[in-house]
Design a protein around this ligand. Structure first.
Ligand code: ADP
Ligand code: GN1
Ligand code: MG
Length: 360
């Protein structure tokens, strides 16, 4: 009988140097890409939790390069937060395997990594008050600031053209052409909107890939649940999910935080009438972001922040729809229409931004 992933976690634990007795393993289902587990160990009455992740090898064909990037970036941030309160919890800490590598490989050839679990935090899938939005903006701006003197030539480009809208539209066209699940015909309304608006939704992405915007170290996946907030202070403590750290424009990061923090419904809310763009959340987020970033961003970057939210929301719509048409091969899904539901919330969010564009 095939081994369950849960059993595999237990197996893989023996390759890492955790001390004490294993008290339990829980699954975390928040992310769409990796498989995440939390273990609890007890040693001499002291409890310690760890995060173990099986890296998705179809998304990241070179997990060793992903881990090289993560080690460099977390070490850089750790230096920056030395001496600060909660310094141990302000970035991920990679626990190397017993053989000294930042990952271990299981019997199926899958790569696993271990981090210390960051305790005493809250994580959100969306914002429900302006303070959270402000703190998210401040947190992402601070993260970018911490990395503003990092030499980006040290980073591997683990997913080339990750936020390249031209490539994403091409992937959508390829999916429609293949139509491997016969789904393309049922999404003509969504396709029509995207193709009708392709040019205007591609402006920021095209500008970056034509070298018209500064290239900086970019997280590339700054959705709100990739930021952990201190339970005690409410401030952003650590920006996690560092898999996609690569050179990019900081507008990709402002864009994804706007997409996920200025929306009034979840990314997979089925009732799209609940999805609106929230101007109060945007204002709070923008203020927090500028409080941390105004010293290093250019005027042109600042002017593009508003548009960056629409750009990244559109990129997600294209990617979710492409995956729906392809038969859900990229994102984790809980039911057959999941990627279509996600597409529709993103399109509704764009519509709501468009409607209120002059007001924020
Ligand atoms: P994915 O790439 O699948 O999104 P993430 O790295 O974002 O995976 O992890 C999924 C979730 O697990 C996060 O949203 C967060 O809630 C939790 N998580 C991951 N690593 C840690 C950690 N070191 N400490 C606390 N929570 C974590
Ligand atoms: C994925 O890994 P996760 O769930 O934090 C995806 C992001 C998308 C996001 C949409 C490597 O992020 O690009 O914005 O889903 N990550 C990757 O929710 O593709
Ligand atoms: Mg994540």
């Amino acid at each position: 009988m095939a081994m369950s992933t849960q059993d595999k976690v237990k197996d893989i634990l023996s390759l890492f140097p955790m001390q004490g007795e294993l008290k339990g393993i829980k699954i975390n289902t928040q992310g769409h890409i990796n498989s995440t587990f939390i273990s609890l160990f007890e040693e001499n009455g002291r409890e310690q939790r760890y995060t173990h992740q099986m890296i998705n090898s179809s998304v990241f064909p070179h997990p060793d390069q992903v881990m090289s990037n993560i080690l460099l970036v977390t070490e850089h941030i750790r230096e920056k937060v030395k001496g600060m309160e909660d310094e141990d919890r302000r970035t991920l800490r990679v626990i190397k395997a017993k053989d000294g590598k930042p990952y271990a490989i299981d019997s199926d050839g899958m790569y696993w990594r271990t981090y210390t679990f960051i305790d005493g935090v809250k994580s959100y899938d969306r914002v429900d008050n302006e303070e959270i939005a402000y703190n998210l903006g401040l947190g992402i701006g601070t993260f970018q600031h911490q990395l503003s003197d990092f030499d980006s030539s040290k980073l591997y480009t683990v997913i080339p053209h990750f936020h390249d809208m031209a490539m994403r539209f091409q992937q959508l066209r390829d999916a429609i052409k293949a139509d491997s699940k016969g789904r393309a015909g049922s999404v003509s309304k969504e396709l029509e909107f995207l193709f009708d608006n392709e040019d205007r939704l591609s402006v920021i992405s095209n500008s970056y890939y034509k070298n018209l915007l500064p290239s900086r170290v970019t997280h590339n996946d700054t959705k709100i649940n990739n930021v952990l907030f201190s339970e005690r202070t409410g401030k952003a403590l650590a920006v996690i999910d560092l898999d996609t750290i690569m050179p990019g424009t900081i507008l990709f990061d402002t864009g994804d935080m706007i997409r996920t923090a200025c929306s009034t419904a979840d990314e997979d809310e089925k009732d799209t009438s609940l999805m609106e763009f929230s101007i109060p959340y945007y204002k709070a987020l923008y203020e927090g972001y500028l409080d941390a970033s105004s010293s290093f961003i250019t005027e042109k970057e600042r002017e593009c922040i508003k548009e960056s939210g629409r750009t990244i929301t559109a990129i997600m719509a294209v990617r979710f729809l492409t995956d729906y048409i392809n038969g859900d091969t990229y994102y984790k899904t809980a039911y057959p229409e999941h990627n279509l539901v996600r597409t529709r919330t993103q399109l509704k969010l764009i519509e709501s931004m468009d409607k209120q564009w002059e007001d924020f």
